[in-house]
Design a protein around this ligand. Structure first.
Ligand code: AMP
Ligand code: MG
Length: 421
């Protein structure tokens, strides 16, 4: 069977996914999710013209030609505090003492900072409030230190568009519009099922011939990281009855996607393959990816199913390449690849005909990114060596067309989580 190119497999899978329907959520819960509506502002922001500084609101024309040597003195009409309307009106020769965020009094067109007035630091607040005259030490320009109503957002404006990813700044903008809830695409429910007679659960003893089921946890963690809701189904044994029952159990939980691990490779005892095939329409592929070559995709009772390989690192790499794009698409995300950068390779690397996602560590050094794979050895890059995933902070992606990369080459590095760099 010819190997399927990574993009070909991705394309065939993604053709079956669409953004899920919207649901209303509170804005903090919308973090990391995708807007499913255009958000229109019901008001001007700021809602009223106000001061950007603590100082004196005045008419710029009154300050023409003033200086520290020959200051203009203005009569202080009173105070304008943030949070309250002002009913003072500035007329020629007057000023209003104003705090940041306070409404600009009628007649004023500029604010001069305290620092540019005779109001000395350290002077008692009471004295300042009762002082009748203020000297302005610098000419003001019209509009100086004034924030105009609607300068940030105008009423009726589309502030955020459907498709926008909600980050902390979008949460803040939504709050400023008075939006408690917003429509975002629903998070997909993703069934996670490990298969294999050799597996024992996390709290069971490892008896001869058995290994712990780690895929269930790493896969569920990946689903969570990508915004999905993992529905953990535990372990299905390699027999028709148990596997069929587990798959039906998942289907009853209204999942949007099924992820299984193991039992899909060529030399495998093909129980998983048989059951999947008899429960739905399945395709079993060999993909030009390393690790992660065996992959299954299809539908069981109308629910898409991705059969990940069993080896723990292969399962994770195949998830990144094939399951993550599907899970993000269902959430309305269009940017699906991990952040990538170019880095200088520390050592020689060999490759043979598949796109190799090599575990690696990237670091910044001498103003460039450098990356090490610790070599192509099986003890590092073997598809079962899960501990090296905890050492790694990125993948070096070696194209399928490249057989040898000498030390010093520039390579593409994909970074699933920037926190680790
Ligand atoms: P298979 O795809 O069934 O041939 O499995 C490939 C390898 O992955 C075997 O060594 C399995 O023991 C291992 N494996 C399968 N499922 C899991 C799992 N859930 N957790 C850890 N290792 C697994
Ligand atoms: Mg197996």
């Amino acid at each position: 069977m010819p190997l399927l190119r990574v993009e070909e497999a991705q394309g065939r899978i993604l053709a079956h996914f669409r953004p899920l329907e919207p649901e209303p959520v509170e804005i903090l819960d919308a973090l990391g999710r995708v807007l499913a509506e255009d958000v229109i502002s019901p008001l001007d922001i700021p809602p009223f013209t106000n001061s950007a500084m603590d100082g004196y609101a005045l008419r710029a024309a009154d300050t023409a030609g003033t200086s520290r040597e020959k200051p203009v003195a203005l009569r202080v009409l009173g105070n304008a505090a943030a949070g309250y309307p002002v009913d003072l009106a500035v007329v020629p020769g007057t000023a209003v003492r104003i705090m940041t965020g306070a409404p600009l009094p009628a007649g004023a067109d500029a604010v001069v900072r305290f620092e540019d007035t005779s109001e000395a630091a350290g002077q008692a607040e009471r004295d300042l409030e009762s002082s009748i005259l203020i000297e302005i030490l610098r000419p003001a320009e019209v509009g100086e230190n004034v924030r105009l109503a609607g300068e940030d957002v105008a009423a009726g404006e589309i502030v955020l568009r459907a498709g926008a990813v909600i980050r902390p700044q979008e949460v803040g903008v939504l709050a400023s519009l008075g939006r408690k809830t917003v429509q975002v695409h629903r998070r997909p429910r993703v069934a996670v099922l490990a298969t294999g007679d050799e597996l024992v659960a996390i709290d069971e003893p490892v008896t001869p011939g058995k290994i712990r089921n780690s895929n269930e946890y790493s896969t569920a963690a990946l689903v969570l990281r990508d915004g999905g809701i993992p529905i953990r189904l535990g372990i299905a044994r390699d027999n028709i009855e148990h596997l069929t029952a587990k798959i039906r159990e998942g289907l009853e939980q209204r999942v949007d996607l099924f992820l299984t691990s193991a039992g899909v490779s060529v030399g495998d005892y093909d129980m998983v393959k048989n059951v999947l095939a008899s429960e739905g329409q399945m395709h079993f592929w060999q993909v030009a990816i390393k690790p992660g070559k065996p992959l299954a995709f299809g539908q069981v009772r109308g629910v898409p199913l991705i059969g990940l390989p069993g080896n723990p690192v292969a399962a994770m790499v195949a998830y990144e390449a094939f399951a993550r794009p599907a899970i993000l698409t269902m959430q309305g995300r269009t940017a699906q690849s991990h952040p990538a950068l170019r880095a200088v390779l520390d050592e020689d690397v060999t490759n043979s005909g598949r796109r190799h996602y090599m575990r690696a560590r990237v670091r910044r050094q001498d103003n460039r990114y450098h990356v090490t794979t610790r070599g192509s050895g099986v003890n590092v890059q073997g598809s079962g060596i899960l501990s090296s995933m905890t050492w790694a902070n990125c993948f070096v992606v070696v194209p399928e067309t490249v057989t040898f990369l000498p030390a010093g080459s520039e390579v593409e590095v994909q970074i699933p989580d920037l926190m680790n760099i």
